[in-house]
Design a protein around this ligand. Structure first.
Ligand code: SF4
Ligand code: SF4
Length: 347
């Protein structure tokens, strides 16, 4: 997979012809000092009328042209279908009790993952709860529900390491799809269960983008820190997991963010930046919608992402994703971060 000393990959002309006449980075708010809500840009459910609609339609067409990719969603069990309305007789319990019940439900939902894979026998590895913030809601959408239950599904690193995927070798990307399907089953069953208790619940299952940006929500509820590759780093699974969520008015206790030194680690690591074929990973933090943070150059990433049915190289090569390594790194770097804080060194 290594591309050391290779020139940056350049996109084919037909890809450039599908892009709108402005930069995806500008659309995402690169260089903007004022905070604002994010804009949906990719994996929308409806592409019609959207500036990236032509590109998205081309990506979808490319996916469904390969039977393995088409079938992984079309034939998969993604949980129960149409949601019933919330039950008329609302059950009452304390937020502590509901929080416990939600975690138990999500973590113990039986799954079909074979033995030897992360999460064998259940459908989720991570559950976190956050209060929904307006800045997580995409422009053009509203959220009237107060709480978000975020689900994390760990990927099998052996399968993930088969990326970049192709029509001939789809295995790496099929692992990504399988985890989105597991996440979909959890959030759909969880939403059914919450409605049966008399509360509102709206599931969000990938890979399509819904009304909420799940990444900052996952950070807020303690799933990990933002890495240089623009994805999360978790202290157990590294970057080898996917997200799903349920919006709800069920009374729940929010979790807190988990900082264990991954950001510091990224400052001195270039693995993902060196391995990204189109050189899309910025080596320095970028000002995006009022926050200086790690960010991926969308215009560079998206063409390679499309060509390789979802890429994922940066997730696979991240040292934190190597099975068994993240807990050890987290232990070492959280100690360093605590020492720095004690010494008054700014983060
Ligand atoms: S590969 Fe290195 S720089 Fe990139 S996200 Fe992982 S730890 Fe951070
Ligand atoms: S997903 Fe995008 S940022 Fe990550 S390695 Fe692939 S092209 Fe680079």
């Amino acid at each position: 997979m290594s591309r050391k000393n290779q020139p940056a990959w350049t996109p084919p002309a037909e890809h450039a012809a599908l892009l709108p006449p402005f930069s995806g980075n500008a659309y995402n708010g690169w260089g903007e000092a004022a905070p604002r809500r994010p804009r949906q840009i990719f994996w929308l459910r409806k592409s019609e009328g959207h500036p990236y609609g032509r590109l998205l339609d081309a990506v979808k067409a490319r996916f469904v042209s390969v039977p393995a990719y088409r079938d992984v969603y079309a034939k998969a069990d993604r949980g129960p279908g149409k949601l019933p309305p919330p039950a008329e007789n609302r059950r009452t319990a304390s937020a502590d009790s509901w929080t416990r019940q939600v975690r138990d439900f999500a973590l113990n939902l039986p799954g079909a993952r074979p033995a030897g894979y992360p999460g064998a026998g259940s459908e989720a590895e991570l559950v976190g709860i956050a209060r929904i913030r307006p800045e997580w809601v995409y422009e053009g959408f509203e959220s009237s529900l107060p709480n978000l239950i975020v689900i994390g599904n760990a990927m099998d690193h052996g399968r993930l390491s088969r990326v970049p995927s192709s029509a001939e070798d789809p295995e790496g990307q099929l692992e990504v799809c399988d985890q989105y399907n597991r996440g979909s089953r959890v959030v759909n069953w969880l939403a059914h269960w919450i409605r049966a208790q008399g509360y509102e619940a709206k599931p969000h299952a990938g890979p399509w983008v819904g009304s909420l940006n799940l990444l900052p929500a996952a950070i807020a509820c303690g799933f990990g820190e933002l890495g240089k590759h623009g994805s999360l780093i978790n202290r157990e699974y590294g970057s080898s997991f996917r997200l799903a969520a349920v919006e709800t008015d069920l009374p729940l206790n929010p979790d807190t963010a988990d900082e264990f030194g991954a950001d510091d680690f990224c400052a001195g690591c270039q693995v993902c930046a060196n391995e990204c074929p189109p050189d899309a990973i910025s080596r320095d933090k970028v000002l995006v919608r009022g926050t200086v943070k790690w960010a991926v150059d969308f215009d560079r990433c998206i063409a390679y992402f499309n060509e390789t049915f979802g890429c994922g190289i940066c997730l696979a090569v991240c040292p934190w994703s190597t099975p068994g390594r993240a807990p050890k790194l987290a232990q070492r770097f959280s100690r360093r971060a605590a020492e720095k804080r004690a010494a008054g060194v700014p983060a």
